[in-house]
Design a protein around this ligand. Structure first.
Ligand code: KIV
Length: 275
């Protein structure tokens, strides 16, 4: 089944039309091609690959080279899906020059469609320059996993009137700076709704309730593949990990019992073997 790839202009248009889209992660060719076969509109190659693919405890030690290595096969595997590459910690927060250099490098080397970076209003001047340099930028506010230590851990954000107001100001500043959309992570539903109403660019919510413009989940979470941790906002749409373990155990049992490979799975050409 083929679908039409979204263009950057569709994001605002879909919000105006009230069309809800989905945005999931992929970190390799096979998963990207599976997502590409689905109705999903957007793939994020998130720095969550640090945990999901590399077994790290967080995202801090993910590098530009890690990201580029994983984005390239995703772009190849998902030609009909809009692909966003995530900027890793430390790759854009030293200076505007560093941000332009690394964001351009990510787009040039991977041919992804856009980049995402974490941070609120204080990153607006830098985002303005990135957009001026021709780089489509997706913002990310609320729970920002790269700075969870400063936020005091993986906690719901915007839980007080002041912090909710600050998030609204952040979203407005990111829109003003030229972001085409904003990931909003882990906030109360009412805050998700208020931020969605406050800006004209789409809000991509993950743990941000039902009133946002788009729902985001990590693919390995929603498919029930990642066994280490399940946040409250993750709904399991499948139990693929159990199915994978079951299949591996069946292969193991059939091998032990000499059932596999049967004739069907063997090359049965007769060959005279010399003595
Ligand atoms: O890295 C990631 O997967 C993300 C999502 C949680 C939005 O940033």
């Amino acid at each position: 089944m083929s679908k039409k790839k979204m263009s950057i202009l569709d994001f605002k248009k879909y919000k105006e039309e009230g069309k809800k889209i989905t945005y999931v992660t992929a970190y390799d060719y096979t998963m990207a091609s599976i997502v590409n076969d689905s109705d999903t509109e957007v793939i994020l190659v998130g720095d969550s690959l640090g945990m999901i693919m590399l077994g790290y405890s967080g995202t801090i030690n993910v590098t530009m080279d890690d990201m580029i290595h994983h984005i390239k096969p995703v772009v190849k595997g998902a030609p009909d899906t809009f692909v966003i590459g995530d900027m890793p910690f430390g790759s854009y927060n030293e200076s505007i020059e560093q941000a332009i250099h690394n964001c351009s490098r990510m787009m040039k080397e991977t041919l992804c469609d856009a980049i995402k970076l974490e941070g609120g209003a204080k990153y607006a001047p830098m985002i303005k320059e990135l957009v001026k340099a021709g780089i489509p930028v997706c913002g990310h506010i609320g729970l920002t996993p790269q700075t969870t230590t400063s936020l005091g851990g993986f906690k719901v954000q915007g839980g007080t009137p002041e912090s909710a107001k600050q998030l609204i100001e952040d979203a407005k500043a990111l829109e003003e700076a030229g972001c085409f959309g904003i990931v909003l992570e882990c906030v109360p539903s009412v805050v998700g709704e208020a931020i969605t109403k406050a800006v004209s660019i789409p809000i991509f919510g993950i743990g941000a309730g039902p009133h946002v413009d788009c729902q985001v989940l990590v693919t390995q979470d929603l498919l029930g593949m990642y066994g280490d941790f399940k946040p409250k906002f993750v709904k399991l749409y499948a139990h693929i990990r159990e199915e994978m373990v079951r299949a591996l155990n069946e292969f193991h049992r059939e091998t032990e019992e000499g059932i596999f490979p049967s004739e069907e799975y063997s090359f049965n050409k007769k060959v005279e073997i010399p003595e």
